[in-house]
Design a protein around this ligand. Structure first.
Ligand code: PHE
Length: 443
């Protein structure tokens, strides 16, 4: 493998790629729904606290492990601590989790692409949408996401787009894609914020979003803020571990973690600013701000009431497709890098060995909501938290103490004042709280 392919080319590129992975459907469709259920700003505050107090230290644990190991998620563990080879199984778990997530996330990414296509071609607004009732879009959603060949075709196209990018490698594929798409994503988000703020009931929507209702905060809301912080930062999936193995030695990990977290929070807040004024202004609040319904049924109802429906609808689904694509690429990369390094294959061969099974399995998944829901549950509720606890315990207790210090200070060349605090959180606080998330369904 050429040197250029094991290291991101530029600082901007590595941030764009990491933010590309972090900013996904978790921020765009899951956050507004969780915020609505959890008391608006009260949930936002909890989510931000979880990102700052837990998310950043755990992210730094993954970054340290990845950059010190300079290999795939499995290999990093033994590279960092050769005496404790058994701990590689935590990396193995992360890779399996990534593979399973890739299967169903490709399907969701396929839906976003399908909606983009249907917006551009006008199909989404054809028929009886002049006097739109929620049933019109609910029926369209039925057809598009669970209607036979529709989801299948777009899932296949999505996997092929991923394959084409991943074949390009780290710099020419992932980094280049992120450098183009991430700025575009922010421009589109900004445009939507402006439109939303000019809607008739923008003020009411903002009050709804920004006025904390602490009476809605229950222990389960706190746990979902924690889950949301972990999912939206892509923790416990091996992604940050794999991407940071491509970071050059001079990358400042603390600053990078701060930037990625800030941008991820920013996207979530922007989505709140977009969604709440829109659903308030058109009286759609009770039509569901919940994930799938929100983006695929409620928002088209908003677009159809706006002038330039076609434009806004296409731009929104482009935004969604970008968010999904930069995330699917990152999750597939975890598995590809693993196959490449473990089996000593060429990049090309590894891409095919990973993407063909993903193609087959996600095609099946696109036709089976049962499989989809099972994979979603298994990964998000069980495997991710276990892998995240494993990383914390390894970095906090098993790996040499110098790992975190060396990585956060770039081998002593820069200062970092948060090492002690970080280590404390990685050792005690994060494993305990993630464990709570894990067992919360049983409580
Ligand atoms: N942070 C991502 C999101 O919000 C999580 C993710 C990344 C999920 C990659 C799947 C694949 O959607």
């Amino acid at each position: 493998m050429s040197a250029g392919d094991t290291q991101f080319f530029s600082k901007i590129g590595l941030i764009a790629a990491t933010v590309g992975s972090a900013v996904g459907l978790g921020n765009i469709w899951r956050f507004p729904a969780e915020a609505q259920a959890g008391g608006g700003a009260a949930f936002l505050v909890l989510y931000i606290l979880c990102v700052l107090i837990l998310g950043i230290p755990v992210m730094l644990a993954e970054f340290s492990l990845g950059r010190a190991g300079r290999t795939d998620a499995i290999g990093s563990f033994s590279a960092v601590s050769p005496k404790h080879k058994k701990w590689s199984c935590v990396g193995g778990l992360a890779v399996v989790t990534a593979f399973l997530i890739a299967i169903f996330y490709m399907v969701v990414a396929g839906w976003t692409l399908e909606y983009l296509f249907e917006s551009l071609s006008g199909g989404l607004y054809s028929g009886n949408t002049a006097n739109p009732s929620s049933e019109v879009f609910a029926t369209k959603m039925e057809t598009y996401i669970s209607g036979g060949w529709h989801p299948l075709i777009f899932t296949v196209v999505m996997v092929l787009i991923n394959l084409a990018i991943l074949l390009g490698g780290v710099t020419k594929g992932i980094e280049r894609l992120s450098n183009i798409l991430m700025p575009l994503l922010f421009v589109i988000l900004l445009a939507f914020c402006i439109v939303s703020l000019t809607l008739p009931k923008a003020g009411e929507g903002l009050v709804y979003f920004f006025r904390p209702d602490f009476s809605r905060v229950t222990p389960s809301v706190i746990l979902s803020a924690l889950g949301q912080a972990f999912f939206s930062l892509s923790l416990g999936m091996g992604i940050l571990l794999t991407y940071s193995s491509y970071y050059p030695p001079e990358t400042r990990l603390v600053r990078t973690a701060g930037t990625v977290s800030f941008l991820s929070i920013l996207v979530a807040v922007m989505m709140g600013i977009i969604i709440f004024p829109a659903v308030m202004s058109f009286g759609l609040a009770d039509h569901g701000v919940a994930g799938t319904t929100l983006v695929f049924s409620t928002l088209p109802e908003v677009f159809v009431r706006l002038p330039l429906t076609w434009l806004w609808s296409s731009l929104f689904f482009l935004l969604l497709t970008i968010a999904a694509l930069t995330s699917t690429v990152s999750i597939a990369e975890v598995v590809i890098r693993c196959v490449q390094d473990r089996l000593k294959l060429s990049r090309r061969a590894a891409c095919y060995w990973v993407m063909v099974p993903i193609l087959v399995l996600s095609s099946v998944c696109s036709l089976s909501m049962g499989m989809f829901n099972f994979l979603d549950f298994l990964t998000a509720e069980i495997l991710l938290p276990i892998a995240a606890i494993g990383v914390c315990v390894f970095v906090g207790w098993i790996a040499p103490k110098s790992l975190l210090t060396n990585q956060l200070t770039n081998d002593g060349s820069i200062r970092s004042r948060i090492i002690g605090l970080c280590l404390f959180i990685i050792r005690y606080v994060a494993p305990a709280l993630i464990f709570l998330v894990l067992i919360s369904p049983l409580l």
